[in-house]
Write a new protein. Structure first.
Length: 138
């Protein structure tokens, strides 16, 4: 699958580099004074300094959770998801939605959690017991 590209607003480069680079382990690509690229689990994301566009997260109810409407993230292998979840817990990173397993024992069994970067951008990390179920409607 070819990588996607996503550009998004941030408050500043330093906190963004620390969060995506040091905490999430994303390598830095090209950068300039007002933007920085990261290898986000095989995809290219570009953080652009634009504080006036860093709005508070708005949510919708989904399966009893207040899910951030605007979010992005990655679908990881199960063990990679668990490792990232554990790292975030050790680092005391607050979750918008705590890590949990949905549809346990069913065809669409998946792990999810949400967090926000220092600029308030919401991220979702998912995993599936069977990655073939990623696009199944059930």
């Amino acid at each position: 699958m070819p990588p996607f590209h996503l550009a998004f607003p941030v408050l500043n480069i330093e906190d963004t580099r620390d969060f995506y680079g040091n905490l999430l382990g994303c390598s830095v690509g090209r950068e300039a004074e007002k933007w920085i690229d990261f290898n986000f689990f095989g995809h290219q994301i570009s953080a652009h300094v634009k504080p006036e566009q860093c709005d508070p997260v708005k949510t919708n109810k989904v399966d009893g959770d207040n899910v951030p409407v605007r979010h992005f993230g990655a679908v990881l292998e199960w063990s990679q998801w668990e490792e990232l979840r554990d790292t975030l817990k050790i680092e005391s990173v607050p979750f918008l939605i705590e890590p949990r397993i949905r549809f346990e024992g069913e065809a669409g069994e998946q792990g999810i959690f949400f967090l926000a970067d220092p600029s308030g951008n919401a991220l979702e990390f998912k995993t599936f017991k069977n990655l073939d179920n990623l696009f199944d409607p059930e």
